[in-house]
Ligand binder design. Structure first.
Ligand code: SAH
Ligand code: MG
Length: 207
């Protein structure tokens, strides 16, 4: 089995909400970038998307920062649609995906290509100024948090860099609006052109 097949197979086994075709589309977007760049994903969960993107980062000697406070989004909490009892820490009853994330990156042997950033997106953004060749937004989907991510991180993408946004649903009956709103904002800003759409994933390039 090739290294790429190994990583795609592993990513497919990780808990998460990303179908394989979208994971491959993430890889395809990553692999077009220059060598040695800095990439960031907002929303790490258990490392499924980090393994797909990390597969490209590894080949290009890039580093993907995989950012999450690891306590889940609103829809992951008890009583909501995407709650998973197995991810609750019995010590404090809070969701904690960090041990799962760490274990999966370790299994994938991607430690040199994928580095975890544990904290809130807003706190980290205020102290992070490295220009980004790839930004993948898949964090909180509430209105305020999605727009905070857009305002804080999108300006850090270099010309020619990629902006990837997950859970973009044009039809409101399919899902919440904020990811779609920030996708539209990027497109209508004139700073981005769309490369591809795969499922709910949109890939834009800064022009
Ligand atoms: N990209 C992942 C899925 C991410 S799920 C995958 O495909 O596997 C969304 C994640 O965003 C959750 O883990 C949640 O904890 C995180 N999140 C939500 N709001 C956040 C914020 N303000 N700062 C950091 N992480 C946040
Ligand atoms: Mg998502």
């Amino acid at each position: 089995m090739s290294r790429l097949e190994e990583l795609f197979t592993l990513a497919g086994q990780v808990k998460g909400f990303m179908p394989p075709e979208e994971g491959r589309a993430l890889y395809d977007a990553g692999i077009t970038q220059r060598r040695g760049g800095t990439w960031l994903e907002i929303g790490a969960w258990c490392a499924k998307s980090a393994i797909y993107l990390g597969a490209a980062a590894e080949q290009l000697d890039c580093v993907l920062f995989s950012l999450d406070h690891h306590h889940g989004s609103e829809e992951n909490q008890r009583g909501w649609e995407y709650f998973d009892e197995e991810l609750v820490d019995p010590l404090d009853g809070r969701l904690n995906t960090l041990p799962h994330w760490q274990r999966n990156i370790s299994r994938a042997r991607l430690e040199d290509a994928v580095v975890g950033l544990v904290g809130s997106s807003q706190v980290v953004a205020a102290h992070f100024s490295t220009p980004l060749d790839v930004l993948f937004i898949d964090g909180g989907h509430g209105h305020d948090v999605a727009w905070d991510d857009y305002r804080a991180w999108v300006p850090q993408i270099v010309v020619g860099g990629s902006l990837l946004i997950h859970d973009v649903f044009e039809d409101p009956s399919q899902g919440g609006r904020p990811p779609y709103e920030i996708y539209l904002a990027a497109l209508t800003s004139g700073d981005f052109s769309q490369r591809t759409a795969q499922g709910s994933l949109r890939w834009l390039i800064r022009i």
